[in-house]
Design a protein around this ligand. Structure first.
Ligand SMILES: Cc1ncc(COP(=O)(O)O)c(C=O)c1O
Length: 282
């Protein structure tokens, strides 16, 4: 469950007490699906990390070492040619006490390798049940889109009591806009248009969200990133969520609302499968 961790081609089991990731969540992470020994959608994960480094002003040089570091970690952990999950943590590094980062602080990259998590085929075939979380996401444009190590809102939401059978919770921001799931991005199909919340003030720009938008474009399915109120769920013909590990799960219920995995969702799942997301094969 804790995985095996590597830093500069060495296996590590501990973190120095002065690491700013521990004190302030001062860093970024990525969770990458590894299929047949190859990190999937690596270019998109590295792109988001680079954006995160730019926003947080963290030295981005360690990113260049990630492809080789991943190969080493995957092989050493015994997943050469196999499926697993890789987690990358890029910390600003060790520093003195106090918020201000020192110019001396060196970024530290760690790579963790975990067993692959598999999900029931029904999630893909029939859809999942979601609920609306009571936890609201703070609006902070400087942090919106990137995957920082601060995920306390998701921790609170995931710890909420939910009705039995609920697999994911949808989250709103403090202004009541629908933003995302605790671990996923959300999409609503209205007629022939796919809508997804604009990630400008809260939420993470998911790698699978980007891959889906790209796939939809190839399929000439209209997509729009917009401000979405949760009431729009009542008008939605289809709803689904995405992330880089699961691919796409149709949503079949949220409270009293019910949907079926419809034609647009199915076309997108087929498109994603063609574009390397084998989980979407039914
Ligand atoms: C809060 C949140 N939003 C969205 C996502 C989806 O991101 P990705 O598609 O990069 O996995 C995740 C993934 O864990 C997440 O935690």
């Amino acid at each position: 469950l804790t995985g095996r961790w590597f830093q500069n081609d060495r296996e590590v089991e501990t973190v120095p007490i002065g690491d700013r990731a521990l004190h302030y969540g001062d860093g970024l992470f990525e969770t990458i699906a590894v299929r047949s020994g190859q990190p999937r959608l690596l270019d998109l994960h590295l792109d988001r990390l680079e954006l995160g480094c730019h926003r947080l002003n963290i030295d981005k040089r360690p990113i260049a070492t990630i492809p080789d570091g991943l190969q080493f970690a995957i092989k050493t952990a015994g997943f050469d040619g196999a499926d697993c999950t890789a987690k990358i943590i890029l910390s600003r590094g060790e520093g003195r006490r106090g918020y201000a980062p020192s110019a001396m602080t060196q970024p530290v990259l760690r790579i963790g390798i975990f067993e692959r998590t598999s999900y029931p085929v029904e999630y893909y075939r029939d859809g999942i049940v979601v609920s609306l979380s009571k936890v609201r996401l703070a609006r902070q444009p400087q942090l919106a889109g990137i995957k920082t190590l601060n995920r306390l809102e998701q921790v609170l939401a995931a710890a909420e009591h939910a009705e039995p059978g609920c697999t994911e919770r949808l989250m709103m921001d403090t202004e009541g806009n629908l933003i995302c799931g605790t671990m996923s991005n959300v999409f609503l199909v209205l007629g022939s248009t796919v809508m997804t919340p604009a990630i400008t003030h809260a939420g993470i720009c998911g790698v699978m969200r980007r891959h889906l938008l790209r796939t939809a474009d190839k399929l000439t399915i209209d997509c729009e990133a917009a401000r979405i109120q949760p009431e729009m769920l009542q008008q939605a013909d289809e709803v689904f969520v995405t992330n880089s590990q699961i691919g796409l799960w149709p949503v079949r219920a949220c409270g009293k609302l019910r949907w079926r995995p419809g034609p647009v969702t199915r076309r997108l799942m087929a498109g994603l499968e063609q574009a390397g997301i084998s989980e979407c094969r039914l």
